[in-house]
Design a protein around this ligand. Structure first.
Ligand SMILES: [Zn+2]
Length: 182
């Protein structure tokens, strides 16, 4: 799996490309970045049981959960006067971007890959091509967080920053063009 840095940048880029406004809504930007990290909440139940990886990369990392989350958020924004379709598409993109980035990452821990096509199948999938390094971590709750501060993981984050830089530059330029037009 890539680090939360990659998922947050994914959320930022999707927000920038999806936004039709030339001003930044910091509240919505924050919501986008949280949404693009949301599937990794599946660490929490396992963390409480002492095995953080136990539920990781299961059905929370699937097209089924992406659609359910998108419909829920579309409905929430519809109740607030927003467009159901537009917001559903936005939040599907945010959630599913997480699945795509995880699929494109090297996975060194069992079960390899993720249940990406649930509910159609519970099989686990991983891309044969890895763009991102794996974020290595201990399997015990006590050392889970501290184990993530390693040279390998620092290199993984630097690689993510390098890969995302062109897209970030493009999204910032797009915002500037919109500001000029606005
Ligand atoms: Zn994940």
């Amino acid at each position: 799996m890539p680090s939360p840095v990659a998922h947050t940048l994914g959320g930022y880029i999707i927000y920038r490309f999806a936004s039709s406004s030339n001003t930044t809504s910091w509240k919505k930007l924050l919501l986008c970045c949280v949404s693009s990290n949301l599937p990794d909440v599946d660490f929490l139940p396992g963390f409480l049981l002492g095995k953080p990886n136990y539920f990781h990369h299961g059905i929370s990392h699937s097209v089924g959960f992406s659609v359910a989350f998108a419909l829920l958020m579309g409905f929430v924004f519809y109740l607030k006067g927003g467009s159901f379709l537009r917001n559903s598409l936005l939040f599907f993109s945010l959630y599913f971007s997480h699945i795509l980035l995880d699929l494109l990452s090297y996975d060194s821990s069992f079960p390899y890959g993720l249940a990406a096509l649930w509910p159609f199948t519970s099989d686990y999938y991983i891309s044969p091509l890895s763009l991102f390094l794996d974020i290595q971590r201990d399997s015990a709750s006590a050392t889970f967080i501290t184990s993530m501060f390693s040279i390998h993981n620092l290199m993984a984050v630097l690689l993510e920053l390098a890969l995302f830089t062109p897209l970030i530059v493009l999204s910032v330029l797009l915002t500037r063009v919109r500001k000029k037009e606005g």
